[in-house]
Design a protein around this ligand. Structure first.
Ligand SMILES: NC(=O)c1ccc[n+]([C@@H]2O[C@H](COP(=O)([O-])OP(=O)(O)OC[C@H]3O[C@@H](n4cnc5c(N)ncnc54)[C@H](O)[C@@H]3O)[C@@H](O)[C@H]2O)c1
Ligand SMILES: [Zn+2]
Length: 363
């Protein structure tokens, strides 16, 4: 095993498993997977941005362990998380002779992880699932927590399941080929963890902006491991999203989702919307007397330093409000927000007045 690996143990009622984080460790994928149990057949699902070289390295490492490997390459992007794509994959996996000894291996970003996990959860009433997340967002967020699924034409992530993987392998070197804008967008979720749960992480990010922007692997390994630990801990306490605790992970997302949707398709990446959304939520917390402006300023300085946008896009404020009313965090027509009360701590705040929301869109 590579000396640089760090392991995060995810302890859940349904299943416990390890996330292994290191540098240049894709060649260990096969042996790591087999440590979790016997497997004779693997279906590697990837997209055409990730296939070469990452998915091939994973496939080779599985073949080296005498696992029979099939690979399926889908189009990159959100449209692949569709009913049509899933239907094609069920047929393809059947054609490959997949059975209960097979494992679905996701090598890619959140789209591939969610789609592959959904196929694993449903094919033959559920087969095993292993993940190799390759985008920063997938490494710190979507590969932890067991939510898998696809989109309906009118509703994102509306059909899916909870399925924990048998293991997760993260190679920080895969980030070297990731588009830098996607990398920065993933960093918004990292900053989010600092604000909601971990002041020391936030301070580390402030102190290490240079290494973050340079993609320093030693730093990334520790930061990614810490984000996985933080999310795993929240998930452990609210595995099926029943107690509401998991909602803290949505800091900045109510505003962010509205900006993403209203800015026009492809204008704002998810993480970019979240970056702007966190600042709006923080200003809202200021208005409600929960924090002073210094906490908002600190977030803005850090987000700017890692190259994220911080300005609310030019959208109709009333449409933002309307969009939020359709968001999941609305209860009986009342707006609810995850708001900071100090660095490293947030609370779910109900009954927020629309005029306060509108005011926090302005600086
Ligand atoms: N399951 C969950 O808990 C959860 C949480 C958050 C987000 N998500 C889902 O995750 C998806 C977004 O994930 P994402 O941001 O990773 O998007 P993505 O999977 O579309 O990846 C972004 C882009 O980067 C490319 N890419 C990924 N890794 C690469 C690499 N190493 N080198 C070069 N290119 C690479 C992809 O091909 C794609 O073009 C959304 O569908 C969202 O709903 C799920
Ligand atoms: Zn997010």
């Amino acid at each position: 095993m590579s000396k640089t690996n760090e392991t995060v143990r995810v302890e859940l009622a349904e299943r416990s498993y390890d996330i292994r984080i290191g540098e240049n460790n894709l060649a260990e994928a096969g042996s790591f997977l087999l440590e979790q149990g016997r497997a004779t057949h693997a279906v590697v699902l990837t997209d055409s941005h990730v296939e070469e070289p990452h998915a091939h390295k994973v496939a080779e490492s599985l073949a080296a362990q005498d696992v029979n490997v099939d690979m399926i390459v889908v189009e990159p992007g959100e449209p692949s998380k569709s009913i049509e794509a899933a239907a094609g994959l069920w047929d393809a996996v059947l054609e490959m002779g997949a059975d209960r000894r097979s494992v679905v291996v996701a090598v890619g970003g959140g789209v591939i992880g969610d789609l592959a996990g959904f196929i694993a959860a449903t094919y033959a009433r559920g087969i095993r699932f292993f993940q190799v997340p390759t985008s920063l967002l997938a490494q710190v967020d979507s590969s932890v927590g067991g939510k898998v699924g696809i989109n309906l034409p009118k509703a994102k992530n509306m059909v899916g399941a909870f399925l924990q993987p048998i293991g997760v392998l993260i190679d920080t070197r895969t980030l070297d080929t990731l588009d830098s804008r996607e990398y920065r967008a993933g960093m918004a979720e990292v900053v989010k963890y600092g604000v909601i749960l971990d002041a020391a992480l936030f301070e580390q990010l402030e102190a290490e902006v240079g290494r973050i922007n340079a993609g320093d692997h030693d730093l990334l390994r520790g930061v990614i491991a810490q984000c996985c630990r933080l999310k795993a801990d929240v998930v452990r306490q609210d595995e099926r999203e029943t107690t509401g605790l998991r909602a803290v992970l949505n800091y900045g997302h109510t505003f962010g989702h509205a900006f993403e949707a209203l800015a026009g398709y492809g204008q704002l990446l998810h993480g970019e919307g979240v970056a702007i959304g966190m600042l709006c939520a923080s200003r809202l917390a200021e208005r409600l007397g929960r924090i002073d402006s210094e906490l908002t300023d600190r977030q803005e300085r850090l987000l700017t330093a890692v190259g994220l946008p911080t300005e609310v896009p030019d959208v109709d404020p009333d449409l933002v409000l309307k969009k939020m009313m359709h968001d999941k965090k609305v209860e009986h027509g009342r707006l609810r927000f995850v708001l900071p009360s100090r660095l490293g701590h947030v609370e779910l705040v109900g009954d927020v007045e629309p005029q306060d929301v509108l005011a926090s869109l302005k600086r």
